[in-house]
Design a protein around this ligand. Structure first.
Ligand SMILES: *[C@@H]1O[C@H](CO)[C@@H](O)[C@H](O)[C@H]1NC(C)=O
Ligand SMILES: *[C@@H]1O[C@H](CO)[C@@H](O)[C@H](O)[C@H]1NC(C)=O
Length: 279
């Protein structure tokens, strides 16, 4: 008995899951307005009730006696809902939701009742926030960032020409109170003198946005050129001094040897003289 009950429950659950998966989806943009479509039987006496089905039911908007009935409306939807009143009698019970929030995501039920009977239709609402990507170079890092994104974003780098050195990236993701995400990643770049393109792609839901930064081959700036000239000049002076010292030293030894030689010659001449006198 319990077994049967369990399997029936499971079947019921999967049926529910299948049904909820089969709901048409409407994608709304964060902070903008959005229309949740619903068709009802044309009638001059329509009862309408829109509900948001999360862990419990939240009344979004009700309508009967040809008027909006907002006494039981959930706080979350206050002042943000409206119906196309002149179209209800013709069968259009679509709901307009303004200032879409992340919390608005989920399953909605449109319930209608006319003299012909009642009807329920379901719809899934998904929220997306538009992506804007910033890329900039700060010191020796290239920073790519994006804010106010939904759903949870991912970030990838692309470097051309590829470089092994530049894979040291750091990515962080934060979520704000409004449930929006911000993502930031930084890449350590080498100071090599070559052209390189750094591309950063942020993807969230169906959206992908790419931003690129090009590092151009560097031309030397004038102050560096001057510094190099001065360095070269000082080096030359130093070399001149060293060469001068060396030459002087060589000359001195040469002169010394010369005078020694002369003295030797004199000595031998003297000894010759001595020999002569001795002979
Ligand atoms: C109902 O009317 C609105 C406003 O004209 C329109 O945007 C919407 O598509 C209509 N919905 C249906 C289900 O026909
Ligand atoms: C970023 O760094 C992670 C590890 O820190 C690495 O797995 C990944 O390949 C890097 N991505 C790029 C494109 O540099």
């Amino acid at each position: 008995m319990v077994k049967m009950f369990c399997s029936m429950f499971l079947i019921f659950q999967s049926l529910l899951w299948l049904l909820s998966r089969g709901d048409p989806t409407v994608t709304c943009v964060f902070r903008q307005s959005c229309i949740l479509p619903c068709n009802v039987d044309p009638s001059s006496d329509t009862i309408l009730r829109w509900d948001h089905l999360t862990s419990r039911e939240h009344n979004v908007h009700s309508y009967y006696d040809s008027e909006d009935q907002l006494g039981r409306q959930d706080q979350q939807f206050k002042g943000r809902t409206s119906l196309f009143k002149d179209l209800i009698s013709r069968g259009n019970a679509s709901l307009k939701l303004t200032g879409v929030k992340i919390q608005d995501e989920g399953r909605y039920r449109c319930y209608s009742s006319t003299e012909r009977g009642s009807k329920k239709t379901f719809i899934q609402l998904k929220v997306e926030a538009l992506i804007k990507v910033n890329i900039k170079k700060v010191e020796n890092r290239i920073i790519c960032s994006s804010e106010d994104i939904y759903p949870k974003p991912e970030l990838t780098w692309f470097i051309y020409p590829p470089s092994e050195l530049e894979l040291h990236n750091r990515t962080t993701v934060h979520q704000t109170e409004e449930q929006l995400y911000s993502i930031s990643s930084s890449l350590l770049v080498s100071d090599s003198f070559k052209d390189q393109i750094y591309s950063c792609t942020v993807s969230s839901g169906r959206n992908r946005i790419r931003a690129s930064f090009c590092k151009r081959k560097k031309f030397m700036d004038p102050s560096k050129v001057i510094a190099i000239i001065i360095e070269a000049f000082l080096l030359w002076i130093l070399i001149f001094i060293i060469i001068g010292v060396i030459i002087e030293a060589i000359c001195k030894t040469a002169a010394h040897q010369q005078s020694n030689k002369a003295a030797n010659q004199q000595n031998s001449a003297e000894s010759q003289c001595l020999q002569i006198t001795a002979g």
